[in-house]
Design a protein around this ligand. Sequence first.
Ligand code: PHE
Length: 390
Amino acid sequence: MKTRVQALCGVTTLILVTLLLGCNKPAETSQSNTPGKFQGVIKIGEFASLTGKEAAFGISSHNGTQLAIDELNAAGGALGKELKLLTEDDQSKAGEPATVVRKLITRENVIAILGEVASSRSLEAAPICQQNKIPMISPSSTNPRVTEIGDYIFRVCFIDPFQGTVMANFAKNTLKAKNIAILTDVKADYSMGLAKFFKERLIADGGKVVAEQSYSGGDKDFKAQLTSIKASNPEGLFIPGYYTEVGLILGQAKELGIKFPMFGGDGWESTKLMEIAGPAAEGMYFSTHYSPELDAPLAKTFVQKYQAKFKEAPDAMAALGYDSALILVEAIKKAGSTEGAKIRDALASTKDFVGVTGTTTIDAQRNVSKPAVILTIKEGKFKYVETIAP
Ligand code: PHE
């Protein structure tokens, strides 16, 4: 008897335990509906120059992008899902963007792509995104051809016809310089485009190009070009290049006793420029997208958050990377879907989106019109000079 009772108790306990465990399951599921828990992930791809010649660009852009994704996840993600940023390093090398973006799309099944900073690398990846109907947003590539690749390709920054105009006006009005020399990187679509747009506006405004010289990204010695530029006696030298070469050019120009002002575009923007050029960078100017000194309310809190996390002030790439992620996720929410075509349509209708780089309205060409800022280098640091409206 005793044993039967014990056995019965045992069975009852077993049933109870089973019931309890059974009840536990739905409880767990309902728990994941509460805020803070996600039902699945949304994979977003990013390609960036995390190493190589333009590593400073890729790292800043990635930091800004990741910061935005982390904040969005803390605020509940999108469509009840967690946002996952999958980042691939293209090593600042031609050929790599195509490889890594193809991998992100076909192997990782990302639903959208963020990148790149440099126009040539965005131009390389864009046709792959277009073919696969995967929306791509370049945070900071300014060459007009990038978005001309197709209707899935967007950007959240101004374009170089505007940047070229800004710097031609700057030469005329601020430097009071008419006779200008230009030194272009023939390997960078960005450099070739910006040189062309600058030159067109300079000439239209009565200025003159007294010397045109070129180099190939990766070069180290610019003395021959600088010597010939010096001989043409310009009042200023426009260098639409990237910081690695520009830093060397400024240093070598100083060694050659060049005194006229030198100026460029957003490609100058890295503290590496001052590390490479040293005091030779003092008093030079360039245009870019953003300054941490600007005090729009959103920009201020962004600077504080970025500084706290990365122990340095954010630059234009960081700010544009941040905004590119916010704008993409806003579009995903608006589309209510992770389908490429639906996100594309939502992105195309982005209007008056307030981010840290100002207000973004995507136009019919999938470009954005935004003010440019001019910075100078003073005591080894970037210093805000002025904002130029479109
Ligand atoms: N605009 C540059 C390009 O298109 C990249 C860049 C953006 C560099 C922002 C610095 C800051 O290649």
